[in-house]
Ligand binder design. Structure first.
Ligand code: FES
Length: 88
């Protein structure tokens, strides 16, 4: 199980945290990953960026996730973490 934390602090909220949560929920559902990924909200991760939202995947913190960069983030960071977690 990979825990994905989306910062819902005020800065990230204004920069699109609700949209990023929606995109994550959609991807998890589309890919049937409900048993592999736990989506949770977190308070300010202390990484407020000028652009985008801070998302933590397992132990790794990724600031600056935007709707535009989401696809790349999902493939590079989230799916990689899921594969590693499953020992692939
Ligand atoms: S509000 Fe998200 S890192 Fe600060």
């Amino acid at each position: 199980m990979v825990v994905v934390r989306v910062c819902v602090g005020s800065s990230c909220h204004l920069k699109g945290a609700p949209e990023i949560v929606g995109l994550l929920e959609k991807k998890v559902e589309e890919n049937g990953l409900g048993d592999e990924i736990a989506l949770v909200g977190s308070f300010c991760a202390g990484k407020c960026n000028r652009v985008g939202v801070t998302v933590t995947v397992g132990e790794n913190v990724y600031p600056g996730v935007t709707v535009d960069s989401f696809g790349e983030f999902w493939n590079d960071k989230v799916m990689t973490a899921v594969a590693a977690d499953k020992g692939e």
